[in-house]
Write a protein that binds this ligand. Structure first.
Ligand code: ADP
Ligand code: MG
Length: 272
C-alpha cells in the first residue's frame, strides 16, 4: 500500500533523511523512533508534502505522492492528516469549529468567510467528538481544554478529512502519562476499528513497544532498525539512540521532566 523508495532530503550539505526505503502493507500502526535530529519529522513532513524531498519517491497505491502538484498535492494532504505535538488548534475558537476546520480546503472562500457549515458537516463533527469521548467539550474554546483533550480535538479534526493515513509527529510528547495513554489509545482505536494506517514519531521506546505493530529506528537520517516491537532489544535500542552517558538502561519511568524538551527526553531512553 505504501512504498518509500530511496527518499533523501538535503539541507545544504547535510542529509536530514538519507536514502531511506521501506514498505508497509495494509493499515499497520508504525512507530518511528530515534534521537533528536534523526530525521523523523523531516520524513513525516515530506510524506505530507509540507516539505519537498530532494530525491526518491513515496508510492501510495502505485502513485508517487512526492510528484503531485497543486490541487492533487492538496488532495493528498487531506488523505494523510497530520497530528502535531503542539496540537495546532485555533486556541480561541470553539472545539466544534476547530474540528470543522479539518475540511476547510473543501469549501469556498465565501462559505469560510461567513462560517457557513452544512448541517451534515456539523453533525459529523459532533459524532466524531462523541466517538472520542469529548462531545460535551464541543462549545468550549479549545484553549480551555486539557492537553489530552486538545490532542483528541486535533485527532477529531484529522478524522473530519476521512484520511487513509494519520501521521503523528510526537503526539504525546507534551502530555502527562495519563493523557498520553488516552491519546495513544485513541490513535490505536482509529487504526484497528477504521483500518487507517498510523505512522507516529514517538520519543519513548515503551510507547513504541506497547502500541506499534512495526517499529522503524532512525539514526542520522538512516534506518538502522526495522522490525517488530519484540525485536527491539536493549542492544538494538543502543544502536538507534547511540550509547552516550545519558543512556540509562534501567530507566523505567515514562514521565517526562517538564523542564526538558520532549525531543531531548530520548536520552533517558525509557527502556522498559
Ligand atoms: N528547515 C531546516 N533547515 C535546516 N536543517 C533542518 C531543517 N529541518 C530539519 N533540519 C535538520 O535536519 C535534521 C533532522 O531534523 P528532524 O527531522 O527535525 O529530526 P527529528 O524529528 O528526528 O528530531 C537535523 O539535523 C535538523 O537540524
Ligand atoms: Mg521531530
Amino acid at each position: 500500500m505504501l512504498e518509500v523508495k530511496n527518499v533523501t532530503r538535503m539541507f545544504g550539505q547535510k542529509a536530514a533523511v538519507d536514502n531511506i526505503s521501506f514498505a508497509i502493507d495494509g493499515p499497520a500502526f508504525v512507530g518511528i523512533i530515534g534521537r533528536s535530529g534523526a530525521g523523523k519529522s523531516t520524513f513525516l513532513r515530506m510524506m505530507n508534502r509540507l516539505t519537498d524531498a530532494s530525491s526518491g519517491s513515496i508510492l501510495v497505491e502505485g502513485r508517487d505522492v512526492l510528484a503531485l502538484k497543486g490541487a492533487e498535492a492538496r488532495a493528498w494532504q487531506s488523505q494523510c492528516a497530520m497530528i502535531f505535538q503542539q496540537f495546532n488548534l485555533v486556541p480561541r475558537m470553539d472545539v466544534a469549529s476547530n474540528v470543522l476546520h479539518g475540511i476547510l480546503n473543501r469549501r469556498s472562500t465565501l462559505q469560510t468567510m461567513f462560517n457557513l457549515w452544512s448541517e451534515a458537516d456539523i453533525l459529523k463533527a459532533l459524532e466524531i467528538l462523541g466517538r472520542l469521548g469529548i462531545a460535551e467539550q464541543a462549545p468550549k474554546r479549545a484553549e480551555a481544554l486539557s492537553g489530552g483533550q486538545q490532542q483528541r480535538v486535533a485527532i477529531a479534526r484529522a478524522l473530519m478529512q476521512d484520511p487513509k493515513i494519520i501521521l503523528a509527529d510526537e503526539p504525546i510528547a507534551s502530555l502527562d502519562p495519563m493523557n498520553a495513554q488516552v491519546v495513544m489509545d485513541t490513535l490505536k482505536r482509529i487504526n484497528v476499528e477504521d483500518g487507517r494506517m498510523v505512522i507516529a514519531n514517538l520519543h519513548t521506546l515503551d510507547t513504541a513497544r506497547r502500541y506499534c505493530d512495526r517499529v522503524i529506528g532512525m539514526r542520522d537520517g538512516r534506518i538502522v532498525f526495522d522490525g517488530t516491537p519484540d525485536q527491539l532489544s536493549t542492544g538494538v535500542a543502543r544502536d538507534i539512540y547511540g550509547a552516550d552517558e545519558s543512556f540509562n538502561e534501567s530507566a523505567t519511568s515514562t514521565a517526562i521532566p517538564a523542564d526538558r524538551r520532549p525531543d531531548e527526553a530520548y536520552a533517558g531512553a525509557m527502556l522498559a
